[in-house]
Structures are given as structure tokens and as C-alpha cells.
Write a protein that binds this ligand. Structure first.
Ligand code: CP
Length: 303
């Protein structure tokens, strides 16, 4: 069995294989074809709130025929001080096959040196990575643009606090896209400084894909005032006119309405927010299947 903790562990061939498999799940669904079931048990451990990722992992596991357990953190022995390592060792000893984990810390680092038999899937690790979000974003981009070569992608907004920004940049670069960041200077992040930082209006006008990021209020030390954000760094009626006709707008959700995107932008046909959500189920089916059927065993969590 394999784990997916970071985009770093996926080469281009594996990424393309996962995207093709996810697309085939969508095609089968449209054609009414039944999927071959995968045996096993999955558990979701969400130490941070989630709507999209949590529900889509549950749905993906059900569609694959997996038994799904919910680890309700607030009712678990975590409330008695059980560590993540102890929780996972216990779940492993119970015979569970795959654990899907969202945690406010960079949780793979907390497991360094631990030996676990079950697969681990990263559903969000603090401000570090969100690999399945990057995969579903890539699938959405490929469905519209057909490929990634020479595609200009701008990732805009709260880069500093965004795990989506990092995973997307790593993945899209691997697929051949030209990735740049933009937004308020205060949100620049050192560990992704190798990507160009471009002017916001230029990013809007020149990009084929505009990925708007949520302002992550819960990770800000001080209250962040959003009063002027849409005027300065958001998408609105004016900026829709500046975008390329064939460009698309992505946002991982949940959207801070009238901050990153106005209602008009959400209704614009170029805005693919709900298509991203729909693709999330198929991508997570592909990832769970890949983990349980072998994947790439060389890069486990302690790598
Ligand atoms: N995109 C994303 O991770 O959304 P949720 O927090 O709702 O899972």
C-alpha cells in the first residue's frame, strides 16, 4: 500500500495516471457504468473543519466500496491527550487500511520514524500541503484547456497561509504550466520564492487560469480587515472584463463572498468552483484506489 502526503513524491507520469483515472471515473458515471470495488476500510481524521474535502473523501470511499469509519476527534481519546501517533498506531492495530488526515500542523513531520502499515492520505497539513486539492484543480484545468504546456497560471491572494498555493505550484510546474503568484505583499511566502511574483492587474489580464485563494482568517494572528480587499485584490465586474475570454477562475472554497470573488464572478461561466468540487470526488477515488492497490511504495511518510 502507498501513502500520498505531498505533491513532491509524485512524478509527472504518476500525476497524469491519477488524472486519467479520475477522468475515467467521471466518464463511467456519465455512462452509467459500475466501478470494480476495492476491498478495505478507510477512516477520516479531521482535526480542522471541512465541508468539501471531508464529504468528498467519504463519498469517494463509498463509491469504491470501502467501509468508512469516522474518527470524530471531539469524541475520541484525543480529548484525553492521545497524540496523533498514538491514534494512528491504534487505528493501524485495528486493521484499518487507509487514514485520511487533516491537521493544523505539518502532520507528516510528526510521524517521522514511525512504522505504520496503513496508507496515509494528506487532506491538508497546516499551511504546507493539500495534494488532492492540487490534483482536482489540475483535472479542472485539463478539462477546460486540454493540457498544461505553456499555460499561464496565476495563484492569487493569501499565499502565506495557503497549503493549496504550494501544492498547486509544485504540481502545475511539474505538468509544464508557467506558475506565478500575486496579491498583497504581506502574503508573500519565502519557501515558494522561486516562483515569479507579478503585478495583480497583469496576472488577471494575462493568465489562462486564475486561482483565487481564500483569506484564511483562522490562521491570521491579528484580525484581517477585508473592507477594501475586493477593490484591491479581488475579482469583480471590472476585472472580469480584463480577463482573457478563454481563461478560467478557480477557488478551493469556501469563498469569502465579496472578498475574493463577488456573486457576479461566481455566476460567470468561466468560474469553475462547483466543477472543482465535483472533480474532487473522482480525484479522491483515484487516490484511494492508487494507495490501496500499490501506487508508488518508495516514498512513504517518513521520506
Ligand atoms: N478546499 C477545501 O479544502 O475545502 P474544505 O475546507 O471545505 O474541505
Amino acid at each position: 500500500m502507498s501513502s500520498l502526503v505531498s505533491i513532491e513524491q509524485l512524478d509527472r507520469v504518476t500525476i497524469e495516471r491519477l488524472l486519467r483515472r479520475a477522468q475515467s471515473f467521471l466518464d463511467h458515471q456519465r455512462e452509467g457504468k459500475e466501478e470494480v470495488k476495492v476491498n478495505g476500510t478507510a477512516v477520516n481524521l479531521f482535526f480542522e473543519p471541512s465541508t468539501r474535502t471531508s464529504l468528498s473523501f467519504q463519498l469517494a470511499a463509498h463509491k469504491l466500496g470501502l467501509k468508512v469509519l469516522d474518527f470524530a476527534v471531539g469524541n475520541s481519546s484525543v480529548t484525553k491527550g492521545e497524540s496523533l501517533v498514538d491514534s494512528l498506531q491504534t487505528i493501524d492495530a485495528l486493521g484499518v487500511d487507509v487514514a485520511v488526515i487533516r491537521h493544523p500542523d505539518n502532520w507528516p513531520g510528526l510521524l517521522k520514524g514511525e512504522v505504520l502499515n496503513l496508507s496515509l492520505v494528506n487532506a491538508g497539513s497546516g499551511i504546507h500541503e493539500h495534494p488532492t486539492q492540487a490534483l482536482l484543480d489540475a483535472l479542472t484545468i485539463r478539462q477546460h484547456h486540454g493540457g498544461f504546456s505553456e499555460l499561464k497560471v496565476a495563484i492569487i491572494g493569501d499565499i502565506y497561509h495557503s497549503r493549496v498555493a504550494r501544492s498547486n505550484a509544485l504540481l502545475l510546474e511539474r505538468l509544464g504550466a508557467e506558475v506565478a503568484f500575486s496579491g498583497p505583499e504581506a502574503f508573500r511566502k519565502d519557501d515558494v520564492a522561486r516562483y515569479p511574483w507579478i503585478d495583480f492587474e497583469q496576472a488577471i489580464a494575462e493568465s489562462d487560469v486564475v486561482i483565487m485563494l481564500r483569506i484564511q482568517h483562522e490562521r491570521h494572528e491579528h484580525l484581517f480587515d477585508t473592507a477594501d480587499y475586493n477593490k484591491l485584490f479581488g475579482l469583480n465586474h471590472f476585472r472580469l472584463q480584463q480577463m482573457k475570454k478563454n481563461a478560467i477562475i478557480l477557488h478551493p472554497g469556501p469563498v469569502n463572498r465579496d472578498v475574493e470573488l463577488t456573486d457576479e464572478v461566481l455566476r460567470d461561466p468561466r468560474c469553475k468552483v462547483l466543477q472543482q468540487v465535483n472533480n474532487g470526488v473522482a480525484v479522491r477515488m483515484a487516490v484511494l484506489e492508487w494507495c490501496l492497490q500499490g501506487g508508488n511504495n518508495e516514498q512513504l511518510v517518513s521520506a
